[in-house]
Design a protein around this ligand. Structure first.
Ligand SMILES: [Zn+2]
Length: 113
């Protein structure tokens, strides 16, 4: 997996969804194409929240790992990294989908003018 991902476990901002404490946040480079087809680069930060991040396979597994072992150490770092990668992939997929919907909306408005 790409390891341009920064994981934060301390001093986390409150969850944007429920204002509760997240388990961790992950920051990773993120790029997308704007409506003119230009690549836009940025950094995305996502929080793993015990209340809001439920029901997707990777989020559930990550939370299960935290429930068993609150300290991420050398023994479980590999499993942790794999799960973080899978979880971020799920989040990226959903980000891409919502962005695609925005683009379709723009195209629809332009064709209506
Ligand atoms: Zn939340």
């Amino acid at each position: 997996m790409e390891l341009d991902i920064e994981i934060h476990l301390d001093d986390l901002p409150a969850c944007a969804g429920c204002a509760g404490p997240p388990l961790l946040t992950a920051r990773f480079p993120h790029s997308w194409l704007n409506t003119r087809g230009e690549e836009v680069k940025g950094v995305r930060e996502v929080a793993l929240c015990p209340q809001c991040d439920r029901g997707s396979p990777a989020a559930d597994e990550l939370q299960a790992l935290f429930a068993v072992d609150e300290q991420v150490g050398l023994a479980n770092a590999e499993a942790f990294a794999v799960l973080i990668g899978a979880w971020l992939e799920e989040r990226r997929q959903s980000a891409r989908d919502s962005h695609r919907l925005e683009m379709e909306w723009d195209q629809w408005r332009q064709s209506d003018l």
